[in-house]
Design a protein around this ligand. Structure first.
Ligand SMILES: NC(=O)c1ccc[n+]([C@@H]2O[C@H](COP(=O)([O-])OP(=O)(O)OC[C@H]3O[C@@H](n4cnc5c(N)ncnc54)[C@H](O)[C@@H]3O)[C@@H](O)[C@H]2O)c1
Length: 322
């Protein structure tokens, strides 16, 4: 058990599963969690951005890299597996329990992109993106939460689910129908997790990150908007995202659940969530299409949301920490 290990970090004695820990944000989260004393199951299959051509041995190399940076190897397990199946999720949870005695934190971070316009894309690609970016998070929560609930009953509270989403889900963008659908679904899953697990003291939150990773590098600078967005995004380190994850994962995050939190460099913000904001009509007498149209013209017009992508929405210079 990690509880036996001597450490006074914020996550000392906690056991976390981090998916997509081999690169980018997932690796930064792993580095931060390890530095704060957590025991980690690092899951990654080395996938290319599109989920193809995996780089074999990546996660074991990254485990070694963490050890070289001072992490305790006894608290790091590497699992090279495609996490997008119920069996793989069960293996990750089993590994956490057999090696470290518990599962406290799950960071669903692994994701792939297979961009295509709706009228050109392949439905099989859509399905695969949903499986990796959404279903995998369900499988892992399904495998981990029975154990987390048992732990809570036995006096080990503090279960945490953290789901990495994307601004693309809440604004949309060109070509990202699969990715945006999966990430929007992941917020829905987060809300259900928060409700269902509240009584066990398990929290579930979504983080909407912005960070320079291979994904940011791969953004095609084909328009001025994309060029500017890419240049700004390339300045953003993943480390603040990792710190925000550790905040939510630690005791400091107790009681914060069902939230959508954006992290963009030195800027951390709470996002709104869809709630009724205007009523066209609220009456118990039948209304027809014409009546609805004129009530909507009066009461909705000023509230309609612009069709604007996330690139348009986050078009300001980021705050870069010194
Ligand atoms: N970088 C950003 O600015 C940004 C913006 C919005 C959302 N996100 C989200 O943050 C998370 C991390 O993104 P990133 O930019 O670090 O990406 P990344 O591609 O650098 O890292 C993702 C990791 O997940 C792994 N992975 C992919 N499919 C897997 C599978 N089936 N099984 C196991 N591992 C798998 C990959 O091998 C890779 O190491 C993702 O959920 C992404 O959607 C990132």
């Amino acid at each position: 058990m990690t509880d036996d290990l001597q450490s006074d970090g914020l996550l000392a004695g906690r056991v976390a599963i981090i998916t997509g820990a081999g690169r980018g944000i997932g690796f930064a989260v792993a580095e931060r969690f390890a530095a704060l004393g957590a025991s980690l199951v690092l899951v990654d299959d080395g996938s290319g951005i599109d989920g193809r051509d995996p780089e074999k041995g990546l996660i074991e190399q990254q485990r070694e890299a963490l050890i070289a940076k001072g992490a305790d190897g006894a608290r790091l397990a590497a699992l090279e597996i495609d996490i997008a199946s119920p069996e793989a999720a069960a293996r990750a949870v089993d590994l956490a329990i057999t090696q470290f005695g518990a599962v406290d934190i799950v960071v669903n971070n692994a994701a792939i992109l297979r961009d295509a316009m709706i009228f050109k894309g392949d439905p099989a690609d859509f399905d695969r993106v949903l499986q990796v970016n959404l279903s995998a998070a369900y499988y892992l929560a399904h495998a981990a939460t029975p154990k987390m609930r048992e732990q809570a009953k036995a006096g080990r509270p503090g279960g945490r689910l953290i789901n990495m989403v994307s601004s693309a889900a809440f604004y949309g963008n060109f070509g990202v129908s699969a990715y945006a659908s999966a990430k929007a679904g992941l917020l829905g899953l987060t809300r259900v997790q928060a409700l269902e697990l509240e009584r066990a003291g398990i929290t579930a939150n979504a983080i909407m990150p912005f960070a320079a990773t291979r994904v940011t590098e791969s953004l095609p600078p084909v328009t001025d908007l994309l060029k500017e967005y890419r240049a700004r995004a390339l300045q953003l380190p993943a480390q603040p995202v990792a710190v925000a994850c550790a905040w939510l994962a630690s005791d400091l995050g107790a009681g914060i659940s069902g939230q959508l939190i954006g992290v963009r460099g030195g800027d951390v913000f709470l996002m709104s969530q869809p709630r009724p904001i205007a009523h066209a009509i609220a009456q118990d007498q039948p209304w027809d299409e014409q009546g609805l149209a004129s009530a909507a013209a009066t009461n909705f017009s000023e509230h309609y949301f612009a069709i604007q992508s996330d690139l348009d929405a986050f078009n300001t210079d980021p705050i870069i920490q010194g």
